[in-house]
Design a binder for this molecule. Structure first.
Ligand SMILES: Nc1ncnc2c1ncn2[C@@H]1O[C@H](COP(=O)(O)OP(=O)(O)OP(=O)(O)O)[C@@H](O)[C@H]1O
Ligand SMILES: O=P(O)(O)OC[C@H]1O[C@](O)(CO)[C@@H](O)[C@@H]1O
Length: 335
């Protein structure tokens, strides 16, 4: 292993820079030359890369985003795209490629491996935490805290005005951010894709829950945390629907891309640092076709396909306590 390349792909996530830093420092430590490709898989198609020195990763561990930039790349998904990427990697004399991204990026890794003989290792980097085989993904913990900071603030004003708020968080297909932010903010209701596998939540049930809260507690604040995509038209349309059904004002708040930014929290920096350094060691040991993850504080090597061919499950105990034990409205409690 003489020359190792790395790129960040898909939605950026806080901690990607910490992973880049770990890979670059470990590469230099083990006498391997690191190349950084920019703009995800686009960089492979455009030969947009440069050598990374230790000074390139100085002072980035605390920064959100990714110094290599990230992107989605449709042309890469074709046979011609992957063949071009393979040719370019060979031309740049790259022996191994580390891809930091989500499950889509890992599918891209598999696609590339059909045309390129070099070693490929994935590092789970996405705020969604929807990658099977690792307890957490780089960026997830920061996204929860970012969402929480906003939800706590909304609660203050909701409490003062005794209002109903629907707060939309990220996670198109996965409710990890929604569940964690809901539990940690003491939300009265959480709407997550995993809870409604066969369709939409019943708006009448949701309206009844709000009405019952007010019957038990009197006029009061009420927070519903919902994953994006759970309702057509999102929080705005659902707020309108529930306002019509309850006759009570319901306000939407869409947190959006703020959840992707910011300085990574310590857990994300730690995870990224471990996974990044280990990925280099695994490369040098000749490993390929794997994702490096962490389970029960142990580093694990997971075949890339396993990272997406099985859905990662929400913590069932957390779901249970949120929906049963903590549902004071359903339990008829006025606190
Ligand atoms: N089935 C596939 N075959 C080949 N390449 C793919 C495939 N799926 C995704 N990719 C490549 O990976 C890129 C990133 O994938 P995607 O947009 O799904 O993000 P991701 O890595 O899942 O991250 P996140 O979920 O955090 O946004 C795509 O733009 C595409 O270039
Ligand atoms: O920024 P984009 O391309 O609209 O992607 C948004 C999606 O990316 C994610 O932030 C994951 O990175 C999802 O939670 C969200 O649905």
């Amino acid at each position: 292993m003489k020359r190792l390349a790395l790129l960040t792909s898909g939605g950026d996530a806080p901690g990607m820079n910490a992973a880049i830093r770990a890979i670059v420092l470990a590469s230099h430590y083990f006498d391997v030359q690191p190349l950084g490709y920019r703009h995800g898989f686009n960089g492979l198609l455009e030969q947009e890369y440069r050598h990374l020195d230790t000074e390139d990763v100085y002072n980035i561990i605390q920064r959100g985003g990714t110094i290599l930039k990230s992107a989605r790349c449709q042309p890469f998904t074709t046979q011609e795209g992957a063949q071009l990427a393979a040719r370019n990697l060979n031309e740049a004399k790259v022996d191994g490629l580390i891809i930091i991204g989500g499950d889509g990026s890992f599918r891209g890794a598999e696609h590339l491996s059909r045309y390129w003989q070099g070693n490929i290792i994935g590092l789970p980097g996405t705020i969604d935490n929807d990658i099977n085989g690792t307890d957490a993904t780089i960026g997830y913990y920061t996204a929860i805290d970012t969402a929480l900071e906003s939800i706590d603030k909304v609660r203050d004003t909701a409490d003062a005005f005794e209002r109903i708020f629907l707060i939309e968080v990220m996670g198109r297909h996965a409710g990890f951010i929604g569940l964690s932010a809901g539990v940690c903010s003491g939300a009265e209701q959480v709407l997550l894709p995993e809870l409604y596998p066969d369709g939409l939540p019943d708006p009448q049930e949701l309206a009844d829950h709000i009405r019952r809260a007010q019957k038990i507690r009197g006029k009061c604040s009420y927070i519903m945390v919902m994953s994006e995509n759970i309702w057509p038209g999102g929080a705005t349309d659902l707020a309108n629907e529930l306002q019509t059904r309850t006759g009570i004002e319901c306000r939407p708040v869409i947190l959006g891309h703020v959840q992707r930014g910011g300085s990574p929290v310590s857990l994300d920096r730690m995870l990224a640092s471990k996974l990044g350094a280990y990925a280099v060691e695994a490369m040098i040991a000749g490993k390929s076709g794997i994702m490096i993850g962490e389970r029960n504080q142990q580093l694990v090597e997971v075949p890339l396909q396993q990272s997406w061919n099985k859905s990662k499950l929400l913590d069932p105990y957390l779901v249970k306590i949120q929906r049963q034990v903590f549902d004071l409205v359903k339990n008829g409690n006025n606190y």
